[in-house]
Design a protein around this ligand. Structure first.
Ligand code: S3P
Length: 443
């Protein structure tokens, strides 16, 4: 994708059945655990987006053999640990990639230098460096804990750590560091996605999880060793959200996404859309490799604004941009609070959604840790050129907005969509969406 702009226009209804790309969180973890394990890990359905490809390259840099054997099929020959990379490890746009890999690398007696693109170099790494430092890792980095940074690992101490922010990335970094160290214990006051815990068990590690109110205590004993396995990556609910919401807001539509991950810690958006009156049906519920997956159908619906429970945020943190789009077409106010974490994603997503929706004629109120959208009861003006700051989810959200708005919506930097959803334009086009290169002059 080299276009400078993409423009979405209102066309007919959206109809059809699609498969969402592989889950990004699970794809990163499958490559990293495969590299840390002894023996062969065969991965099927891997997300072949830029973020995950960077992690595949990084695993090679740390000594694993990583080969693509077919579409979405990758083989990792793990060496039972990490070796020192010969060059800088560039994680591109991927916060999950760099934070998990730093955690895993900290467990070994090596030095590794990490960097990323301009967005990643602007994101806080202190949240990971603090616990890794308490375990005994050292580093040198730019001010504010920013990349590039050089991390020195090995000889780690046991750590018992309470997460100050709900972050599966930080939890995972600590668990991966504890794996080749002296073990660890992580308390999370609010439960976050648990793919690392589940997958560690799948690779043969001992991990204990204790429910504690709304949160959990995760205990990883020392002296663990992983064995390669086969991993089937389910469809990413964070990507499936775009065609599903597109169907909900576009009159006459019915779209099915097959094989979507329904991990209980990832279904906050489906719950919220259900509360808004969305016509959603979940069929063919099954277990695939320890995760629940199903086919989900969305039909055009008259949505009602809701107050999203703030405690639901960790289970849908990446889905608030597209929820804000659904809210723009709903009747009444949708109140989203307790979402301060959105400000430290690939962009400040609260600010960019507020600006993009306002430019498209939607009434929005921005709060330090919240966003309130007053919907147009099925009517949105559109007719704006939206700045995405290279954030894939900001781009896809506004393109979906433009599929049902009176006037087209244009986004910049659309190439970044490939970080999480390569093939987004083709998939949406197959459902009947009109998304084309260029279009619409800046206002
Ligand atoms: C992820 C965790 C979330 C999420 C990110 C993927 C993961 O980040 O936003 O896209 O795979 O662990 P935080 O853990 O920082 O909230």
């Amino acid at each position: 994708m080299t276009a400078a702009y993409l423009t979405a226009s209102r066309a007919g209804s959206l109809k059809g059945t699609v498969r969402a790309p592989g889950d990004k969180s699970i794809s990163h973890r499958a490559l990293i655990l495969g590299a840390l394990a002894h023996g062969t890990t065969e991965i099927e359905g891997l997300l072949e987006g830029d973020d995950v490809r960077r992690t595949a390259q990084a695993m090679q840099a740390f000594g694993a053999e990583v080969v693509r054997t077919g579409e979405g099929c990758w083989r990792v020959q793990g060496k039972g640990g990490f070796a020192e990379p010969a060059d800088v490890v560039d994680c591109g746009n991927a916060g999950t990639g760099v934070r998990l890999i730093m955690g895993a690398a900290a467990g070994f007696d090596l030095a590794a230098t990490f960097t990323g693109d301009a967005s990643l170099r602007g994101r806080p790494m202190n949240r990971v460096l603090k616990p890794l430092g308490e375990m005994g890792a050292t580093w040198i980095c730019r001010a504010g804990g920013r990349l590039p940074l050089t991390l020195k690992g090995g000889g780690l101490r046991h750590l018992a750590y309470r997460l100050p922010e709900p972050s599966a990335q930080v939890k995972s970094a600590i668990l991966l560091a504890g794996l080749n160290g002296a073990g660890c214990e992580v308390v999370e006051p609010e439960a976050t996605r648990d793919h690392t815990e589940r997958m560690l068990r799948g690779f043969g590690a001992e991990v204990e999880v204790f429910e504690q109110g709304a949160g959990r205590r995760v205990v990883l004993p020392s002296g663990q060793s992983l064995q390669g396995i086969s991993v089937r990556v389910p469809g990413d609910p964070s990507s499936a959200a775009f065609p599903l919401v597109a169907a909900l807001i576009t009159p006459g539509s019915a779209v099915t996404v097959e094989g979507m991950l329904l991990n209980p810690l990832r279904i906050g958006l489906l719950e919220t859309l259900g509360d808004m009156g969305a016509d959603l049906s979940v069929t063919n519920v099954r277990d695939e490799g320890g995760e629940t997956v199903a086919d989900v159908t969305a039909r055009h619906s008259a949505l009602e604004g809701v107050e999203v429970p703030p405690e639901r945020a960790p289970s849908m943190i990446d889905e608030y941009p597209i929820l804000a789009v659904a809210a723009a077409y709903a009747t009444g106010r949708t109140v989203m609070r307790g979402i301060g974490e959105m400000r430290v994603k690939e962009s400040d997503r609260i600010a960019l959604m507020a600006a993009g929706l306002a430019a498209c004629g939607v009434t929005v109120e921005e709060e330090p840790e919240g966003l309130i959208v007053t919907g147009g009861a099925g009517q949105v003006r559109g007719g704006a050129s939206v700045t995405t700051h290279g954030d894939h989810r900001i781009a896809m959200s506004h393109l979906v907005l433009g599929l049902a708005s009176a006037e087209p919506v244009r986004v910049d930097e659309p190439g970044m969509i490939a970080t999480s959803f390569p093939g987004f334009i083709g998939l949406m086009g197959g459902l009947g969406a009109e998304i084309a290169e260029g279009g619409l002059q800046p206002a």
